[in-house]
Design a protein around this ligand. Structure first.
Ligand code: NAD
Ligand code: MG
Length: 394
């Protein structure tokens, strides 16, 4: 029986992973090692009981008594704290879902790779902050990373073992998020609620706002560069409001392979869970006559400064991805709290990158985890100061 762990089990990706595991037979089909969550203790305990996990871990030590109580009478062990989450990744499992949101997902993923686990990677922030380190760790330990982000799963499937040297370009599709049809002048005043109204995908709150600002696509461009090892100028972004083509690969003979399907993350999660087998999945089938038309348009860089910033990050590489992601997370916190406006988020990130510009380049050296953690920390402090200043001057 295959053993599995899910990091970030109570989130949007975590819940959909749980759904697929339970449909496949739950504890009859998989041996569950660890499940982890942030604050939703009741749900974590419920999932751990259903899958008969070895251990359930929550992020905050203050929640440990509640987790123990919720697991009373079961065989599931309880633990708490960021250290305990990372330690849970040291318990060997064949397949590990990395679905914590944000930079907090990096260390558990690295630890799982060191044990040779197959890492199903939803946490794109790991590749953005420490791509070369993550890929080298996988290579050193003979571990495989399977992409779960829908675009990267689509690219992986479109590549289907073709020689990467025959790839001319990778075309990432973007829905444009909730505000894509708003006039430019209105964007500065967009509220959290408005930015959360995603037209096609139901996702966690943070990634939904990042979709509206295209910071999500910016992270995905960097994720593409790091995961597939292509050059930045080979990566294009195209707006595709229907979200039915999940991305495309263009080859040197002019052919383009596009991956289509209903917008349902259980496809990408299920693909990574069952790879290399294509198992039957409970996703809606496309009725193309009903779909009738697919539309595309070039994204406007003035509207989406994140798409310009990710190019600067890739040009520097080194530690700039760590700074970019951390500043983006802080800017998003301030936007969610009402401190800064929607368009101010890019300003916070741009200023933070400028503040740190002297210390992000590494030449050809691989970033160490310590470098990444330190840069992440520093960028958060600087981004927080900048966001407060912008907030005061609004
Ligand atoms: P979410 O906010 O719904 O869930 C995040 C999970 O991580 C929850 O279990 C939460 O409790 C846990 N968590 C949050 N902060 C934590 C911390 N500091 N320490 C430990 N655990 C913590 O997020 P999501 O939408 O499921 O996204 C998860 C990841 O997958 C993100 O990296 C996101 O970019 C990526 N992703 C999500 C989708 C989607 O459809 N939701 C699609 C593609 C990629
Ligand atoms: Mg995506």
């Amino acid at each position: 029986m295959r053993s599995i762990s899910v990091f970030g089990a109570t989130g949007s990706i975590g819940e959909q992973t749980f759904d697929l595991l339970m449909r496949a037979g739950g504890p009859q089909a998989y041996r569950t090692v660890a499940l982890t969550a942030g604050r939703n203790i009741a749900r974590l305990a419920e999932m751990a009981r259903a899958l008969r996990a070895e251990i359930a871990v929550c992020a905050d030590e203050a929640d440990l008594p509640a987790l123990r109580a919720a697991l009373a009478g079961s065989t599931v062990e309880a633990a708490a704290g960021a250290g305990a989450i990372a330690d849970a990744a040291d318990r060997p499992a064949n397949w590990v879902m990395s679905a914590i949101v944000g930079a907090a997902g990096l260390v558990p993923g690295l630890r799982a790779l060191r044990h040779g686990s197959t890492l199903a990677l939803a946490n794109k922030e790991s590749l953005v902050t420490a791509g070369p380190l993550l890929m080298a760790t996988a290579a050193d330990h003979g571990a495989r990373i399977l992409p779960v982000d829908s675009e990267h799963s689509a690219i992986f499937q479109a590549l289907n073992a073709e020689d990467i040297a025959s790839v001319e370009r990778i075309i990432l599709t973007a829905s444009g998020g909730a505000l894509r049809d708003w006039p430019m002048t209105a964007l500065a005043n967009a509220t959290v609620k408005e930015a959360l109204a995603h037209p096609n995908w139901a996702m966690g709150q943070r990634i939904t706002i990042d979709s509206a600002s295209m910071f999500n696509k910016a992270l995905e461009v960097i994720e593409t560069r790091e995961f597939f090892g292509v050059e930045p100028d080979q990566i294009e972004v195209i707006l595709h409001p229907e979200s039915l083509i999940h991305s495309m690969v263009g080859f040197r003979d002019g052919a383009i392979m596009a991956h289509m399907g209903a917008p349902d993350m259980r496809h990408s999660i299920g693909y990574a869970l069952n790879w290399p087998v294509r198992a039957e999945l409970p996703v809606a089938r496309l009725d193309l006559a009903q779909v009738a038309t697919l539309t595309f348009r070039a994204p406007d860089l003035a509207r989406y400064p994140a798409l310009r910033l990710c190019r600067e990050v890739m040009a520097v590489r080194g530690l700039s991805g760590a700074a970019f992601n951390a500043a983006k997370e802080i800017a998003l916190d301030h936007f969610l709290a009402g401190g800064i406006g929607f368009m101010d988020m890019a300003g916070v990130v741009e200023d933070t990158l400028a503040d740190l510009s002297g210390r992000l380049r590494l030449g050809n050296a691989l970033p160490t985890l310590e470098d990444v953690v330190q840069t992440d920390h520093l960028a958060r402090i600087l981004a927080d100061e900048t966001a407060r200043r912008i907030g005061r001057n609004r």
